[in-house]
Every structure is written in C-alpha cells, then in structure tokens.
Write a protein that binds this ligand. Structure first.
Ligand code: ARG
Ligand code: ZN
Length: 871
C-alpha cells in the first residue's frame, strides 16, 4: 500500500497536449478529454499506458479517432490500462462526474453554488483519466459550457481565447494555457461571481490584468488582497528578478476549501479566509495572513509552477522554498523581528512535536500511503528552515546566484531536491553533500553548548556537541551541517569583535560557525572581560539548544541582546524555566525577574510596538508542554494563568497607562504596521488586565467591545470577556452572533473563541456548538473552528482525565471521515502524541485511536491512526 521514493520510474508515456471540454452541471458534468500521447524514449518499461481515474463513469473511449473495443483496455477501480499502445497516438475519453455529491472537496466540487476544482495532489484523476503525476507536463486547452444564469463566469488557466452563446441558451468559454504544466495545477471555476480588478506593470513593461472573483456581498473585502498581490509581484522582481509570465492573474475566493490556497497556473483558488479582509470583519492577524498567503501562492509561479516536482516526495522543493520566500517577503513588508518570532514559534510548537512523535518524517519523506497527509509542518516549516540555513551558510549574494542558476537551468522541468542543491553547489563552487541530510534524516537535532571564560588567558572557550534522537525507521543519524550564528556581548551589552585562535586579527562581531562534526571546540582570544554568549541568533538552525546558565544571564539577554529574535527568546527561556520549576514544585510565587523584565517594556515600549507586545507574551502552553518529559496539561495551565494574574496585579498601573497610551479608536481602519503594532500592544495590556476579574477591568473590556469599530479590537475585547469569567459573557456572545450572523468568516471566530474557552463545562459547550444550526460538517473552516480549536487550543478540556475529550473527537472524526477524509486525517493528529502524556491519558488516547482503527475508515485517516499506534 505504501508508495516509496526508491520505486520511482520515469513515465512510459508523455502527454504533450490536452484538450478538455466540460458540460458543466452541479449534479452531472460531462468531461471529454483528448490527449496527445507519445512514448518516452528514456523509459524501457513495457508499452502499457496507465491512466489514473477515480469516481469516474466512463462513457466512451477512442484511439486515433476509432472506438476502442473493451478487449483493448482494462478498467480497474482507480486505473484505466491500455496494453500495447502505439508510439504516438490520440486518446479520447468521455466520463461523467458528480460535483454536488463530491464532499471530499478534491477534484470538481460545489461550494455555495459555485463549481470549482482542487487538484493538488491527486484530484485531477477525479476529473478525467490521466497520468496524474507531476512529471507529466502538458499544454492545456479547456472549453467550458454551462447555463448562463447559474454560471455566468467561466474560468480556467491561462488566456481566454473565445467566448459566446450556444444554441440552447447556455454559453461557453475557451481557455488556453501556453505553459506546459502538471495536472495538479489545472483549475476551473464556474459561478455567479463578481470581480474587482487592478493592473500591474512588470519590470519589462508588460501590463498584467489582476482579477479577484468573489460573491457580490464580499466585493468590499477585496482591496487588501489586490494590494498584497501587487506588492508580491514587485517584491519578486526586486528580490529575485522574477517576472510574471501571463497577461492575466486571477484569484477566486472559495468558502469550502480543505487548505489555505492553491497556486493553479494563472488561476489561484483561495480559502475565503485567506483572501477576504476589511477592518470591520477581519483582524490584523487576518490581514497579515492574507498578505502571506497571496504572496506564497504568487511566488509558486516560479518555485512550483515554472519549475515543478518530479514526484510528490519532492514536495518540500516547492513548499519549503516558497514558504521561505513568503517569510522573506513578509519580513520585508512589515516587522522582520515579529515575523521571525512567529515563524519560530510555529516551528517549535507544531513541527518539533511532529519530529518527536510517531509521524516524524524527513523533509523529503521516503514513503507514504496518502500524499495529502504529507502537507505537514515538517515539509513546509522545517523545509523553509532548511532553505534559510542554505542562505545563512552561503550568504544572500551567493544564495541568490544559486537561485538564478536553478531558475535558468530547470525552467520548464520537473525536478528533485538534489537538482536544487546542485544548482547551489555549481553556482558557488561548494560541496553540499552533507547538507542533503537535512532532507533525508528526520528528527530535531540537539545542540549541547558549554562555555568557559578564562580571565587569565583572556579566552572564551565554546564547546558544541550535536546529536539527534532516533525517529521511526531511523535509529542512527549522521551529523548535520549546522550554521550557528554567535555574538559575544560585553557587560554593557555591546558586541565584542571576534577573533578565533589562529586568526591574526578580529573579524567582525557576528560569526556563522558551520558545525559538521558531532563535536566542535572554538576558542576566542583577546576577550578582555567575561562575555555573555548570544548563540543561534535569529534561530539560525531548527535545533533544540541545550545550554545551562544562570537565570541572570538569560535576564541580561532579555534586556540587552542585539538580535531581536534572541532577545525575545531569552525572555521565553527565562519565563519557561521559572514556570516549569513551579509546576515541578507545585507552587507558584511570582518570580521578581518577570516583573523586572516586564516593567520597563510597559513604561518605555520599544519603537516596534508589535515586537514589544511579543516581548510581553508568556510562553504558549504548547511550548511549555513541548519541554516536559510527561506533559502536565493542568499544571501548565494553572501555573501560566497564575503568572498572568500576578503580573497583571503587580504591574496594574503600568498595564493601564500603556493601554490608554495606545488606545486610538480613530485608527480603526488603519492597517499600517504602526497602527497594528499599537493595537497589538494595547490588546496585550487588555488581556492581562482582564485576568484581574474586577469591576474596573470588566468595564474596560465591555467598553472596548461596545465601541470597537474594527474586528481586531472587538474580538480582543470579546476574548477578554469570554475567557476571564466576565459577568456579561453570555449576553455579549449573543450580541456578537446577532451582529455577524451573515458573515461566515466572523461566525467562525465566534465558534473558535468558545471552543477555546478554558473555563469549566467546556465539553458541554463544545457539544452545543456542534449541535448549533450554523455548524456544518461539510465546511472545513467551520469544522476546524470547533473540533480543531478544541483539540489544539483547549488542552485542559481536550485532555480531560476521564477521556471525554478524546471520545468526543473520535466520535466526530468517524462522521467527518465519511464526508471529507483529508480534513478528518488532519484533525486526528492531536491524538497521535499519546506517548507524551501520563499513563491514564495515554491509555485513553490509545483507546480512541484503536476505536478509529477498528472502524471502516479512509486510507487518509488509516495512515495517521496506524502510524500513531505503531510508532
Ligand atoms: N500547494 C498549496 C500551497 O501550499 C497547498 C495545497 C495542498 N492541497 C492538498 N490537498 N494537500 O500553497
Ligand atoms: Zn505552497
């Protein structure tokens, strides 16, 4: 059942051209396909043509214009096989498919009356018979025919060649994509849509038409996405010299969508959550996500579409690289420090646990049962870190030279991770063979760091060991090539010029040390005074740092580190150590370090207010969990909440004056970085104050809720009201619902906020949400807002000792799996970490998984559940 990288065979047949004709209808759509097929001279396999196909009703099949007798082909459940076909021929097929019945949201499906497609990874085979693999690249011409009133807009990839009326009152459109592409990038849309348009002039002076298609009531939520798109297009020209290549760039907002968005050539489809935004209904976080996802999908045009994948094992070749480009883009467009912190937070709270658990896999996996299960934190986020390390090791100029060669050499090809590294090597004359291990070995490496200052010799000795724990199927690991960025700070917090033993003179103050062995020793000389080490600056590698030092040194770095990431991280380390020790001792006394760290930030916030807000954040519960051998969900929550309340009380006046200093209601529609920063800082203050649970803070939250004109402020106030036992909780939630009942994306927030509410009775509340008339198992956003949020963001109740949270999730996964296996498999993942919990919880999680395994489940869910039980 498992597919393995080592079994890769080049395709036996190429398809040069595809002509598709769709008779579109929600219940039954007719798909006619004409493929121009040609033998691949490089393949020595037998001359059978094997086409993928699932849930297709074959009506007709013709070879070179003549009907094919049933004896000349074999129809299996998921394949169509034509033995002994000629060197070159035309194959025509006609199939029927049923979009309205397609709840998996893969292939052609119906979303709010609109017909649309999702083909990555293997959805095209649910549309027509085809060699549905990314290394078969073809030119597509697509004819769409449909009822004109129901489907006035007809879109597909590329350029519009023709459109008009048909005799029977229907209309048609013909689209052609001049660029060869793999089938996973195919897309079509038919619906009653309106559009907002704009233009972008490329660096060579071509004018590109930009179109964003939405339902008419969302026309007021388009500006930000269009603006983001123009910024992304300009950025990719400036930063990478990459220009857009078609005359038209279309984006369509879709309300039922399994993932965030899809980079189909010239016709991106977006989860409406990742594209629609205006200040009244979307938060600042939403605005930032729109910028990021619009950028991400746009950057795929070069890293993914023009250069695509040989096979799905190479997924990170496009995803890791594109996430890295997206990160660079967002860092350039707003606050570098904030974006880096958010990325590392995500990596450490979500990817690190994946690497420690039964689903651990390398950035380039070597086997899978269902490829959709490998759109993971490891492939995306760790994959991006791997590209970032290359950039750190080579430096930006040399990295860019490598990228230029990669684009030049592989444009129009379907390639591998090795091809990418080879371009980096050849452009720079370096050997990256050891670096390849980041793609092939799973697990998070540990860096054990010890240092010693010798006052007499005036030397600073730095010893670093690396090792990596075993992961499923990989008991031993070879050392990685790890860039470790270091600086030494003097007692005033100034960077010291660095001179390694053997060097004639100091060379700058920041060094990238490249570790290639299991043990390294570095000796810095001429160090006049005892320094403080700032290491792994900007999180230069996705590793766990193990460095024991007195709290005072972390505290010093929290105030003085010259690297904004490390400064924030020092605070997180310090607070984590304090809180973890309190969980151990089962006691909680406010540590004076915390108040001393927070007070100056409140009294004199840094110029970057959003960054200041992050410095004032306690480590997330899942970050604390990640650092415990046996996760104590109750202890973590109790200790963290106590710290929050005590900090609120100890610094009450500071929180309050900082709140008022940054409360600018008149800025509600301003989404500049500065205004967002002020709102973030203010709402951070509000969340601390709300924990005080007294009339003054109740008033403050309610006042903000009532007067807020933007969703950021309204939701922050609502969160303070919901999560901190406010007397007006019930009526405010009801008010919010009434106000926004016609905005599904806002109602998702209403569901999510309640699913995350940690106060007692959570399970009952979640049951009620699941029974609410607006809950819909067919809408992934709604399902994630309730089940996903409950399992990930309400740990105390999801992990209730009696197993009731696990049971609820398993019950609903069984329902969901019959509708949408891809989403079910994803939502099952919180159960897979069972080994990290105490025996009682572990047993109950195991039972829930066991129950799923016994049921009749999809292969998507089966892969997750069995690996979790075995791993
Ligand atoms: N390529 C898309 C993106 O990252 C993700 C699509 C994944 N879809 C899926 N069914 N697994 O931009
Ligand atoms: Zn992507």
């Amino acid at each position: 059942k498992a597919i393995r990288l080592e079994d890769y065979r080049p395709p036996v047949y190429w398809v040069d051209r595809v002509a598709l004709a769709f008779d579109l209808d929600a219940d039954t759509t007719r798909v006619q396909a004409r493929l121009e097929v040609r033998r691949n001279p490089a393949s020595s396999d037998p001359n059978d043509l094997i086409l993928n196909g699932e849930d297709l009703e074959l009506q007709r099949i013709r070879l070179d214009g003549r009907p094919l007798e049933p004896a000349r082909y074999r129809l299996e459940a998921d394949r169509l096989i034509l033995p002994g076909v000629p060197e070159r021929f035309t194959l025509e097929t006609e199939v029927l498919i049923h979009p309205a019945a397609n709840a998996r949201l893969e292939g052609l499906y119906l979303s709010e009356g609109m017909l649309c497609t999702q083909c990555e990874a293997e959805g095209f085979r649910r549309i027509t018979y085809f060699p549905d693999r990314p290394d078969v690249m073809a030119r597509y011409r697509v004819t769409l025919k449909a009822d004109k009133t129901r489907y006035p807009v007809l879109l597909a990839n590329g350029n519009l060649l023709d459109e008009g009326m048909l005799d029977d009152g229907r209309h048609f459109a013909v689209w052609e994509d001049p660029f060869p592409k793999p089938s996973y990038l195919f897309a079509l849309v038919a619906g009653r849509l309106e559009k907002r348009t704009d233009t972008f002039t490329t660096m060579s002076g071509r004018e590109v038409l930009l179109e964003l298609y939405v339902e008419s009531h969302d026309l007021d939520k388009c500006d930000h996405a269009l603006d983001s798109l123009k910024r992304a297009m300009a950025w990719d020209e400036r930063k990478y010299g990459r220009e857009y290549d078609l005359d038209r760039y279309m984006i369509v907002a879709v309300s039922h969508f399994n993932m965030g968005a899809m980079e189909n050539k010239g016709l991106n489809l977006f989860n409406s959550q990742c594209v629609l935004a205006r200040p009244e209904t979307a938060t600042d976080d939403d605005f930032e996500r729109v910028l990021a996802v619009v950028g991400h999908e746009y950057f795929h045009n070069w890293t993914g579409n023009r250069i695509t994948l040989r096979d799905w094992f190479q997924l990170s070749l496009k995803e890791g690289l594109t996430v890295f480009r997206e990160q660079q883009f967002c860092a350039d467009e707003a606050s570098k420090a904030v974006r880096r912190i958010e990325d590392v937070n995500l990596l450490r709270t979500r990817q690190f646990p994946e690497d420690e658990g039964p689903l651990a896999h390398p950035v380039r996996p070597d086997s899978y049962i269902e490829i959709n299960n490998f759109y993971t934190m490891t492939v995306y986020e760790k994959g991006a870190e791997v590209v970032r390390m290359l950039c750190t090791l080579l430096g930006w100029e040399r990295f860019r030279k490598g990228m230029d060669l990669y684009f030049e050499r592989h444009d129009g090809q379907a390639v591998t991770c090795e091809d990418f590294l080879k371009a980096m090597e050849d452009a720079n004359g370096v050997d990256l063979s050891q670096f390849l291990r980041w793609y092939t070995q799973a697990g998070t490496p540990r860096l054990e760091v010890a240092c010693h200052y010798d006052a007499k010799a005036r030397t600073f000795q730095l010893n670093i060991n690396q090792w990596c724990p075993p992961t499923p199927g990989q008991p031993e690991k070879e050392p990685f090539l790890i860039p470790v960025t270091v600086v030494l700070l003097d007692p005033e917090g100034r960077e010291i010029p660095l001179q390694l033993a053997g060097e004639a003179a100091p060379q700058g103050s920041e060094r990238v040390l490249a570790l290639s062995e299991a043990h390294h020793a570095f000796r810095f000389v001429n160090v006049e005074r005892p320094p403080v080490l700032s290491i792994l600056r900007d999180f230069s590698a996705p590793v766990k740092l193990m460095l024991d030092r007195p709290l005072d040194q972390w505290h010093f770095l929290w105030r003085h580190d010259t690297d904004p990431f490390n400064r924030w991280d020092a605070g997180q380390t310090l607070i984590s150590q304090v809180l973890l020790a309190q969980i151990d001792r089962n006691a909680a006394v406010l540590d004076p370090h915390l108040v001393e760290g927070f007070a100056p930030l409140l009294q004199q916030p840094l110029a970057d207010r959003a960054y200041t807000a992050l410095l004032l954040q306690l480590p997330e519960e899942d970050y604390l969990a990640e650092q415990m051998d046996v996760i104590d969900v109750d202890g973590i929550h109790r200790v963290r909440e106590t710290a929050r309340r005590e900090l609120a009380a100890a610094l009450r006046d500071d929180w309050l004056s900082c709140y008022h200093a940054h409360h600018r209601p008149e800025e509600w529609a301003d989404t500049s970085a500065a205004a967002i920063g002020r709102r973030r800082l203010k709402n951070t203050c509000l969340s601390y104050l709300a924990s005080l649970d007294d009339p003054a803070s109740h008033d403050l939250a309610l006042q903000q809720y009532r007067t807020a004109r933007c969703m950021s402020d309204q939701l922050a106030a609502l969160r303070a009201i919901v999560c901190d036992a406010h007397p007006a909780k019930t009526e405010t939630l009801a008010d919010f619902y009434d106000r926004w009942r016609h905005e599904p994306l806002v109602i998702d927030k209403w569901f999510a906020l309640q699913a995350a509410d940690p106060s007692s009775g959570a399970l009952e509340r979640v049951r009620k949400l699941l029974a609410h008339p607006d809950f819909d198992l067919k809408n992934p956003n709604r399902v994630r807002a309730v089940l996903g949020v409950f399992a990930r963001q309400n740990p105390v109740h999801f992990h209730a000792r009696d197993g009731s949270g696990y049971q609820l999730l398993a019950d609903w996964l069984l329902n969901l799996d019959r509708i949408n296996p891809q989403v079910a498999a994803r939502l099952a993942q919180p159960l897979t970490a069972w080994r990290r919990y105490d025996p009682q919880r572990a047993r109950r999680m195991h039972q829930a998984l066991e129950r799923l395994r016994q049921a009749d489940i999809s292969k998507d869910l089966f892969e997750i559940v069995t690996k979790a039980l075995e791993g």
